[in-house]
Every structure is written in structure tokens, then in C-alpha cells.
Ligand binder design. Structure first.
Ligand SMILES: Cc1cc2nc3c(=O)[nH]c(=O)nc-3n(C[C@H](O)[C@H](O)[C@H](O)COP(=O)(O)OP(=O)(O)OC[C@H]3O[C@@H](n4cnc5c(N)ncnc54)[C@H](O)[C@@H]3O)c2cc1C
Length: 447
């Protein structure tokens, strides 16, 4: 790997997002933890809860356990990849990043729960620890905690193939079911308040339901579209265009969005992978442009025409339409051109003014350059600026400001490799482009 930043290379670390979490999303996700706390505060047992040290430790331990359990259920709901929740976050990678943080928060709450509960046992009856741990409801809880800690540690720190990560991650539902048995079996606060008990039963149903929906019953329950491979066209060294024809109702999407595709062909592995749509919503065929990176994307070139494809989506909030500012800057790096292809192919430029910077390693490696140049020649509001790294170096915000002028009054869209975003985002922010007008897509979904 040469020392200069590589534009076309999708090798890790890939594309990066740095957007803060969307206000309503915070609220919506943390809200479910409030009722159990309020219900717990009004239970009669509360009055004597803090009169003794063991009592206070136990009460705080129960509270931490309650919040951990309800947040765990909420996190399974995020993991279910439901479109209406994704819309709340305005993008799937933002939702997955929140999912990851919530997983860490559940881990911390669970640790407090265990330390405080054990502390209260030791404080009231040091010799009673073994018998408490031997109680069936508590033992199930300890097992659930061990399972949770293992899966979260592997998810956060394990270096594993994406497919292995997904399979391992699906086991988290088994841990949740064990936690549900613990919560509903152990005579805790739930026994003292039927509304709280009902709420915990509700959280158990939501959590287990979300897990079953995504992990075990997705083939039956997740809405997907049937397509067939029409053709695969090589467009550059290790890049192919995949054209798909609909078998049943075609997908409706916004240009800039992406889908998960799974192909039933021996040339590729069967799990679903995300790719940005490159065709316009008006086209019958759905097209994707894919760079060979690992086993799935490298096998694509050998997939046979006619192979069945199932498509889930669309997902993503990376689209140019609907933004108030009609003046926009688009910046694509390497294969990050894909969402912009769909946007450029479906442009109704009556009210738009777009400067499209297309950054590639060399001029030759710029896929679809002829089509984009032709589009720009025929479309008054679209200006294409090619930035081949080998002859012009890296694109900077200063150059964008000099060429496009007035960045303060522009929406800026970026999709490209991590080194490009790591360099450009702070520059653009320093040049006055506010967070609400800086949009990027990440080609990785592990948050
Ligand atoms: C929103 C989005 C849009 C994308 N659009 C495009 C595109 O238009 N063109 C293109 O060439 N690539 C795109 N990608 C990247 C593409 O999904 C990966 O390159 C592909 O999944 C790699 O799979 P592999 O088996 O070939 O490689 P692997 O070696 O298995 O994976 C390489 C990396 O790809 C990611 N990845 C692998 N499998 C998955 C999966 N099932 N789900 C999510 N991420 C996965 C992981 O980060 C992994 O580290 C996009 C990714 C995302 C998240």
C-alpha cells in the first residue's frame, strides 16, 4: 500500500460518518426506560428501600437491572432494521451506531446491577452469597450476563468476517430470552407492582419479537422484492455493473438510497449485502455498481443471468431531493460515485444548481465518466469537476470554495473512502458548512 491516500481503494478503513445523533431518535429510544423507573418509584416497597445499606444497595441494583432490561429490549428493536425506525434516525448507519452505543450502555447497567445486588447480599448476609447464586432465577441471570458479555466483547473487539459477526450477533436473542426468564422469575420489584410487571412482560414480548423477526423469521416476515439478474457488465478492472429486472412489484426508492441484495447462485455466498442503487427511479431495471472487495463481491462476475435475487429496502437518508437549499455540492471518491449516479440520472434540474466533484486515482479509473460528462453537457444546472489524484492531488475545501463559491449557502453531499472524508469533513466544517448541511454515506454498517 503506497503512502499517498488511495482514492479508488475500498480496503479498510472504509467510508466514515461523523454525524451526531438525531434529537428525536435519542428521545424515542431512551423513552421506554422511563416508565419502569417511575412505576418503581411509586411501589409501596420504595418507602423502606433506602433505610438500610443492604436495602439501598439492593434498590439501586434493581433499578439498574430494570433499565438494563428495558434498554436491551429497545436495542433488539433497533437491531431488527425496521424501516420506520431507520427513518427516525434518517440513516441506517446512524441507527446502527446508536445500537452499538446502547449495547455498551446495557453492559454498564448490567454490571452495576450485578455489583450492587451482590453487594447488598454480602452487606446483609456475607455467608449467603452461594445459596443466592444457586437459586434457579439468579443462576439463569448469571448465565445471561456471561452470554451478553461474551457477545458484546466479540462484537466490539473481535476481528472476524462480516458473516461470522452476523451469525454470532444473532445469538444475542437467546441471551435476551434467558434474561427474560431471570427478570420474570426472580421475586424482585415486579412482584410488588402489577403495572411494572405488565410493563416488563411487554418489554419481553417486544424484545423477543424483534429478535425473532430479524434473526429467525426474516424469510417469512421481512418485506422483500423478487428480481432476476438480467446481466453483469464489467465496467473497470474489478468493478461490475449488475442489472436486475423485477419479478413482482418493482422497488420504489429515492435516488441516493441503498438496498440489501441476496443472490441465489453458487458463485456467491447467500447472505444479503448492501449496495447503493445507481439507476433512476424511472428506470425499469434496477442497477448496482459493485467493486470486488471480498468473497461476495469478487464472486459476482461469475453469477449467471437469470439468477433469482431478493432485495430488501430501500434504506438510507442520503438523497439530494427535498432539501431547501437548491444549490448543492456533490463530492464522490472512487466507488463512492454510486449513489450520485442515481441522483444524476434522475435530476430534474428546474430549480437546482449542482457542482459535482468526482475524485478518482486517475482519469482512466473514473467509471461512467463519459455518461456523467454527457449529462453535464446536456443539463444546465449540473457542473462536473473531475479531480484525478495523480495529476491534481487531493480535493480540498479551499478548492471547492474557490470553484463553487459561497459554501455557506450550499448542501454538501459526500461519499468516498475514509481518508478522503477524514480530510474533507473538518475542512468543510471550518469553511462554514454546518452539520445539518453536510451529508455523507458510509459503506460500512457496524457503527
Ligand atoms: C450503505 C452501503 C452502501 C454500499 N454501496 C456500495 C456500492 O454501491 N458499491 C460497492 O462496491 N460497495 C458498496 N458497499 C460496500 C459493500 O456492501 C461491501 O463491499 C460488501 O458487502 C463486501 O462484501 P464481501 O463479501 O465482498 O467482502 P468482505 O471481505 O466479506 O467484507 C468487506 C467489508 O464489507 C463490509 N460488509 C461485508 N459484508 C457485509 C454485509 N452483509 N453487510 C454490511 N457490510 C458488509 C464489512 O465492513 C466488511 O469489513 C456499500 C456498503 C454500505 C453499507
Amino acid at each position: 500500500m503506497t503512502s499517498e491516500p488511495q482514492i479508488d481503494d475500498l480496503e479498510d478503513p472504509p467510508f466514515v460518518t461523523r454525524q451526531s445523533l438525531h434529537g428525536p431518535a435519542w428521545f424515542a429510544v431512551l423513552l421506554p426506560s422511563l416508565p419502569p423507573v417511575l412505576l418503581w418509584l411509586v411501589t409501596p416497597a420504595m418507602t423502606s428501600a433506602f433505610q438500610t445499606v443492604p436495602g439501598a444497595l439492593r434498590s439501586l441494583g434493581l433499578l439498574a437491572g430494570l433499565c438494563a432490561y428495558v434498554t436491551f429490549a429497545t436495542n433488539l428493536l433497533l437491531g431488527a432494521r425496521l424501516p420506520w425506525i431507520e427513518r427516525l434516525f434518517r440513516s441506517l448507519d446512524r441507527m446502527y451506531r446508536f445500537h452499538r452505543r446502547l449495547g455498551i450502555a446495557v453492559g454498564c447497567l448490567l454490571t452495576f446491577h450485578v455489583v450492587l445486588m451482590l453487594g447488598s447480599v454480602v452487606a446483609s448476609d456475607p455467608g449467603g452469597l452461594v445459596s443466592v447464586l444457586g437459586e434457579p432465577g439468579v443462576a439463569v441471570g448469571v448465565g445471561a450476563l456471561a452470554g451478553f458479555a461474551t457477545i458484546v466483547a466479540l462484537s466490539l473487539f473481535g476481528r472476524m468476517r462480516h458473516e461470522t459477526f452476523q451469525r454470532m450477533h444473532r445469538l444475542i436473542g437467546v441471551v435476551f430470552v434467558a434474561a427474560a426468564v431471570h427478570v420474570l422469575l426472580v421475586p424482585g420489584v415486579a412482584a410488588q407492582s402489577s403495572p411494572l410487571h405488565a410493563y416488563l412482560v411487554g418489554a419481553s414480548v417486544v424484545g423477543a419479537g424483534a429478535w425473532l423477526y430479524r434473526s429467525l423469521l426474516w424469510q417469512q416476515l421481512v418485506r422483500r422484492h423478487a428480481y432476476r439478474v438480467a446481466r453483469i457488465t464489467p465496467v473497470h478492472d474489478d468493478i461490475n455493473e449488475l442489472a436486475l429486472t423485477p419479478v413482482d412489484d418493482p422497488l420504489r426508492f429515492e435516488p441516493g438510497q441503498f438496498v440489501f441484495i441476496a443472490i441465489d447462485d453458487d458463485a456467491v455466498t447467500r447472505e444479503a449485502h448492501p449496495f447503493s442503487i445507481t439507476s433512476g427511479p424511472q428506470d425499469t431495471e434496477l442497477r448496482l455498481v459493485i467493486k470486488a472487495l471480498g468473497d461476495f463481491t469478487s464472486g459476482l462476475a461469475y453469477v449467471s443471468p437469470g439468477a433469482p435475487v431478493v432485495i430488501e429496502g430501500p434504506y438510507g437518508g442520503f438523497w439530494h431531493r427535498g432539501h431547501d437549499l437548491r444549490r448543492q455540492v456533490w463530492i464522490a471518491g472512487g466507488i463512492g460515485v454510486t449513489p450520485f449516479l442515481a441522483m444524476a440520472r434522475s435530476l430534474d434540474l428546474s430549480d437546482r444548481e449542482i457542482d459535482f466533484y468526482y475524485c478518482t486515482q486517475t482519469a482512466e479509473s473514473a467509471v461512467f465518466l463519459d455518461e456523467l460528462t454527457d449529462l453535464a453537457d446536456r443539463t444546465p444546472g449540473l457542473r462536473l469537476v473531475t479531480v484525478p489524484f495523480d495529476t491534481e492531488g487531493l480535493l480540498t475545501a479551499d478548492r471547492v470554495a474557490a470553484t463553487s463559491g459561497d459554501l455557506l449557502r450550499r448542501q454538501v453531499f459526500l461519499c468516498g473512502p475514509a481518508p478522503m472524508l477524514d480530510a474533507l469533513v473538518p475542512q468543510l466544517s471550518a469553511a462554514g458548512v454546518g452539520r445539518d448541511r453536510l451529508h455523507y454515506e458510509e459503506f460500512r454498517l457496524r457503527g
